[in-house]
Ligand binder design. Structure first.
Ligand SMILES: Cc1ncc(COP(=O)(O)O)c(C=O)c1O
Ligand SMILES: N[C@@H](CCCC[NH3+])C(=O)O
Length: 464
């Protein structure tokens, strides 16, 4: 076990985790643990997860939403969206903090079950669930299966018929047409994409696919309609999209009730709550967000004359994103002259021992990150730098633009904050680079919760 730093030092603030600080001699620490000591013991690159920060954010979302919705007279369930990052330890922490666990594949479901999360506290999503995934979810007695297509209604019903037993609790995922999110690829409620069932009526006046699916669920005795699900996108910083979507879903719920006499008991408003990646970013405030969304839900229910549903949400990034930093070691440092016009400038390329295999987001979405030296503060004035990885790809960029001390050099430790969501979970073995460990830090002590991959792990799959 690594020894704690002598003193925690000065807190860094966003986009770092709440336990990140600078020690009196200029190094970074997390939860009282000096990252130089952590690197010496666990190596780099490594994801360093501040457990108290994770737990605090999980609790903050649950309490904010419970409070806001209790004040209008209904209850809330918060599901931690495991796609952002799931391991046995974090599934347990989320559950201990009163959250349920949302899974998107059989693999995520397996992790949640391995963590001992009761089936009733697990949800299963997926736009292309296999029969095996549906069966496994039924076997585990999951609290809800979120249906994503018309064909899936019959497939889940058939699986229940084959097994016998209680009707399966299902939600229907709908697309509201609200366009929100940081990048086209992470925006999920506009019409022209693969998720959910559109609320828009067909051109020939036929009912919308969303309404058709809901009615089809009601026609199947093997299914119990739990509710309607809407997830509008990810890394959303403007709360108004959630309010508009909530309004639309309440309208659909009322329409279904008018047509069938069945009022769906629950509505899930998804995840997607945006965080700070850069020091100047303004993240969503859970208390403010919850209040605004609760008031939109209440307003829509009054307008439609329907009782309030029970609400659920599925934050992933907002819980785990800021809790984690990636710790790298600097290797090559190279100055490149950019531009051949009248004002060429120099960009310092700082190569680290990871890259797009441990953080795909800059290459995939042009995502922006921040970085700072972690082993010392640096002696010289900052210069414009680009942090790049070690992969055979010029788009292998970790941080597009950041100012680093001019004396940054090989052997320095560099930390990139806010890499907890969709970092390890989207990591790859490109160029046969083993994936880094996830090291959880709490009260000055480190614990490896996902170990580093080895070359033997990679070669174990190669049958020659
Ligand atoms: C259905 C669903 N729920 C929850 C999430 C979690 O999103 P985020 O990590 O942005 O909160 C996603 C991902 O965008 C999703 O597709
Ligand atoms: N993977 C995305 C978010 C997608 C969320 C899943 N629907 C990201 O890194 O931002």
């Amino acid at each position: 076990m690594t020894t704690p730093a002598a003193a925690a030092g000065t807190a860094l603030g966003q986009p770092w985790s709440s336990g990140a600080a600078r020690t009196p001699d200029g190094a970074l620490s997390v939860a009282g643990l000096d990252l130089r000591a952590l690197a010496a013991e666990h190596g780099t690159p490594a994801y360093v997860l501040d457990e108290a920060d994770f737990r605090h954010r999980a609790r903050a979302y649950r309490e904010a939403f419970e409070h806001a919705f209790a004040s209008i007279g209904t209850g809330v369930d918060v599901y931690y969206a495991g796609k952002a990052f799931l391991s046995v330890a974090v599934a347990r922490w989320a559950h201990e903090e009163g959250l349920r666990v949302d899974t998107a594949t059989g693999g995520e479901l397996a992790v949640a079950l391995r963590a001992g999360i009761p089936g009733a506290d697990i949800g299963l999503h997926g736009n292309n669930k296999s029969d095996a995934e549906i069966d496994r979810a039924l076997e585990a007695g999951v609290g809800r299966i979120i249906i994503d297509s018309l064909g899936e209604v019959e497939r889940v019903a058939a699986a229940v018929r084959a097994r016998g037993g209680e009707p399966a609790p299902v939600m229907v995922r709908v697309t509201t047409g609200v366009h929100a999110g940081g990048h086209e690829y992470i925006s999920t409620a506009h019409e022209d994409q693969k998720f959910g069932l559109s609320m828009a009526a067909a051109h020939d006046g036929a009912p919308s696919p969303a309404l058709t699916a809901l009615r089809l669920v009601l026609d199947h005795p093997e299914l119990r309609l739990l509710g309607i699900h809407s997830h509008i996108g990810s890394q959303i910083l403007d709360p108004s999209g959630f309010e508009v979507a909530a309004h639309k879903v309440m309208g659909l719920r009322a329409e279904l009730a008018a047509q069938t006499g069945v009022l769906a008991p629950e509505v899930d408003l998804g995840g997607g709550f945006g965080i700070a990646y850069l020091p100047q970013d303004v993240p969503l405030d859970p208390a403010r967000l919850a209040k605004d969304v609760a008031s939109a839900v209440q307003g829509a229910c009054v307008e439609h004359g329907t009782p309030l549903p029970r609400i659920s949400i599925e934050p992933g990034r907002a819980v785990v994103g800021p809790s984690t930093l990636t710790l790298y070691t600097v290797g090559t440092v190279k100055d490149v002259t950019v531009g051949d016009g009248p004002e060429p400038f120099t960009r310092r390329y700082v190569s680290v021992d990871g890259g797009m295999s441990d953080n795909l987001r800059p290459a995939l979405y042009g995502a922006q990150y921040h970085a700072e030296l972690a082993s010392r503060v640096g002696d010289e004035a900052p210069v414009l730098a680009r942090v790049v990885g070690k992969h055979c790809e010029s788009g292998d960029i970790v941080v597009h633009e950041v100012r680093l001390p001019a004396d940054v050099r090989a052997g320095d430790l560099l930390a990139v904050p806010a890499t907890g969501a969709y970092g390890r979970s989207m990591a790859s073995n490109y160029n046969h680079v083993p994936r880094p460990p996830v090291v959880a830090v709490r009260d000055g002590a480190a614990r490896v919760i996902v170990r580093r991959e080895t070359e033997d792990d990679l070669l174990a799959l190669d049958l020659g």
